[in-house]
Write a protein that binds this ligand. Structure first.
Ligand code: IFM
Length: 404
């Protein structure tokens, strides 16, 4: 039928541990919040305790998939000391999802690292690959049979950019050289995890899992159509959107591309030079409605990107797409317009296999604190009561019907 999505399409939402669980005091972000004077994450949404309630809501909203991340610093608060209770917790998280017929999509690294690792240089230190794989192995022992979809790393380029170029996130460095080092180690970690997970399943005769990364992708659009901007847009598209997945696919180490898509970026290079080419943007010519953090709403960009990804000929999951806004009608139109673009791409035989809205709950938006409201479900941060928004119910109809 005309508006149907493919059979078995994954419908749901995503979260990340640090942004919803609360009390993640053994990681780098927790310490950074203390020293930076930024809004504290504190109890976040108390999802660590309330996950069953939250998953019951997701199930009631017709979701058949849910993306969550594992908080590494809970599992391994000190080097090499793995906490059984915490491993059991994530086993329980996946078990509860399974019991509700919700497919777990597990992210192994979503921005935070244990504080002890940060003190050893974090992702700049080549040893990080060893530490990461040791952690991944522990997670496999707990989750392997229950989990089919793995995301090794969330948004490697966003991580490298905010922490090591823009100096906006911990460890607040500003060096292209360091960022390149971090990117290199993230890629090595992904490649190692890919083999580790595949081998683990193969040796135990568990049906092969599907392993991807969640790549933040923006539509890079020239503010003014001139040679310098066109060159910069191409360069940024390669470096920020494609390079990481390109290299993973080149090594046969990617089963699906996770696309995190929110907005476009207006390229406006003010001077020649590497920084200008990579980073200069225009804030003046935003022509589309904005989310509450000032990002333009540009659904067409998702279609354009999906068309460009077709050459890789591997499945794609929209691992994040969402809007922070106080206007729930705008949220609904955002979701609907992006789904229309995805459907257009599917009609062009692009293999999109799932859509995970960001986010199931309102949550802690990193250095922006709790003000941005991304949730399908509203969270009252005083009582921790949850209330599904109208957009969540409208989205539920699409999830249930598997059709627009
Ligand atoms: O909240 C973040 C998430 O952690 C990673 N992707 C983008 C989201 C919205 O900014």
């Amino acid at each position: 039928m005309k508006n149907n999505f493919p059979e078995g399409f994954l419908w749901g939402a995503a979260t990340s541990a640090y942004q919803v669980e609360g009390g993640n005091c053994f990681c780098d972000w927790w310490e950074w919040e203390e020293s930076s004077g930024k809004e504290r994450s504190n109890q976040a949404c108390r999802h660590y305790e309330l996950f069953k309630e939250d998953f019951a809501i997701a199930s009631g909203l017709g979701h058949n998939a849910h993306r969550f991340s594992i908080e590494w610093s809970r599992i391994e608060p000190q080097p090499g000391k793995f906490v059984q209770e915490e491993l059991k917790h994530y086993f329980e998280v996946a078990r509860v999802l399974g019991g509700l017929n919700i497919e777990p999509v597990v992210t192994l690294h979503h921005f935070t690292i244990p504080l002890w690792l940060a003190k050893k240089g974090g992702w700049e230190n080549p040893r990080v690959v060893f530490y990461y794989l040791r952690f991944v192995e522990k997670i496999l022992e707990i989750l392997a049979p229950q989990v089919k979809y793995w995301i090794t790393i969330n948004e490697p380029m966003v991580y490298a950019y905010h922490g090591y170029i823009a100096a906006a996130w911990p460890p607040q460095k500003s060096s292209l050289f360091r960022a390149a080092q971090v990117k290199k180690n993230l890629l090595k970690a992904h490649l190692g995890a890919y083999s580790l997970i595949q081998d683990y399943y193969r040796k135990r005769n568990i049906p092969a899992p599907s392993i991807g990364i969640a790549q933040s992708m923006q539509a890079f659009v020239c503010c003014e159509d001139n040679f310098r901007n066109r060159l910069a847009a191409r360069l940024r598209h390669y470096l920020f959107n494609l390079e990481f997945i390109d290299k993973a696919i080149g090594k046969n180490a990617l089963d699906f591309i996770g696309v995190n898509y929110y907005t476009r970026s207006l390229v406006d290079v003010k001077s020649w030079g590497i920084k200008g080419l990579l980073l200069d943007i225009c804030e003046k010519h935003k022509n589309f409605p904005l989310n509450s953090m000032g990002w333009e709403i540009y659904p067409q960009g998702l279609f354009d990107l999906l068309c460009l990804l077709k050459v890789y000929n591997i499945p794609i999951i929209i691992s994040e797409n969402g809007i922070c806004t106080q206007d729930d009608n705008l949220r609904w139109s955002y979701i609907y317009e992006h789904l229309k673009q995805i459907k257009l791409a599917i009609d062009k035989e692009i293999q999109v296999k799932g859509y995970l809205y960001w986010s199931l709950l309102d949550n802690f938006e990193w250095d922006k604190g709790f003000a941005p409201r991304f949730g399908l479900v509203e969270v009252d941060y005083t009582t921790f009561k949850r209330k599904a928004r109208d957009s969540a119910f409208k989205f539920a109809e699409i999830c249930r019907a598997n059709s627009l």
